[in-house]
Design a protein around this ligand. Sequence first.
Ligand SMILES: Nc1ncnc2c1ncn2[C@@H]1O[C@H](COP(=O)(O)OP(=O)(O)OP(=O)(O)O)[C@@H](O)[C@H]1O
Ligand SMILES: [Mg+2]
Length: 265
Amino acid sequence: MSAVATRSIAERLSSAGTANALELRGVTKLFGALAALTDISLSVSPGERRAVLGSNGAGKTTLFNCITGDFLPTSGTIRLFGEDVTRFPAHERIRRGLRRTYQISQLFPGLSVLDNVYLACCGVSRSRFSFIRPRRDDALLATAEQLTEAVHLRDVRDIKVAVLSYGQQRQLEIALALAGAPRFVLFDEPAAGLSPTERRELVEILTNLPGHMGFIIIEHDMDVALRVAERVTMMHNGRIFKEGLPEEIEADPEVQALYLGGGHA
Ligand SMILES: Nc1ncnc2c1ncn2[C@@H]1O[C@H](COP(=O)(O)OP(=O)(O)OP(=O)(O)O)[C@@H](O)[C@H]1O
Ligand SMILES: [Mg+2]
C-alpha cells in the first residue's frame, strides 16, 4: 500500500468520532478579479449553532454555496464530518446530511403545505426515483406531518402555499430543509422580511430543533442571530474578521462600528 493511501486511512481513523461537523481551511472564491471569499478558515462542532453576520456583499451566501457544492472554491478545503468534500457534487453532500435554505423562495405555490413537505421527504428518501406512486407512503407522510408541526404550520397544512403569509412560507422552507433528518443545515437569512411576531416564532422554531442538528444561520438581524447561536462569526469584504460568543460580539466596539456604521439593509 502506498504511503499516501496509508496516510489517508490513518487520517480518516484519527478523525472518526472527533471530527468537526464542518471545517474550512483557507477557502478562497474568485469571480474573475473579484475575491468574494479570501482565505476563510472556519470550524463548527457537531450540534453547534453558529451565526454568520456581515454587511451586504460580505460573502455570506458565497460561503454557503461553497459549502453546499453549488460553487467550487478557487482554493482551500472543505470537510464535512471529517470527510474532504471539496470536490464533491452537491448531491453527495446532501447524502451526507447537509441541507440548506435559499434567500429566494423554492416552494410549489399551487400545492398544499403538507404536499410540499411530503414531496421534500420523497425527494430525499431511498425510493425517490419512483416518482409516480400508486399510493402515499405512510411513513413519509407521518414524517411530513411531524415536520409541518415542528415549523408551527399544522393548522394550515391543507392550505395552498400561494395563500400563506410570507412568514409562513419562510417557516415552510425550514420544514423542507429538515426533510431526511439532516445532520447540518445552512439557513440563508430566514428572518428577512419577517414581522417582529414572525421573528419570535422563527427563533422558537430554530431553538427547538433537535440538539444533534447543527446549523449556520446567516442573519442581518443581530437580535435573532444572538438569540439562536452559540457562537458568532463576523464577515467583511470576503474575510472573517471576528469570531466569539454572542455577548462578546455584541459588546465589541469594532463590530458595533462596522455593523451599525453601515452597508446592510
Ligand atoms: N455568481 C456570482 N458571480 C459573480 N459575482 C458574484 C456571484 N455571487 C456573488 N458574487 C459577488 O460576490 C460578493 C459576495 O456576494 P454574496 O452574495 O456572497 O454576499 P452576501 O454576504 O450573501 O450579501 P447579502 O447580505 O446581500 O446577501 C458580492 O460582491 C457579489 O456581487
Ligand atoms: Mg446573501
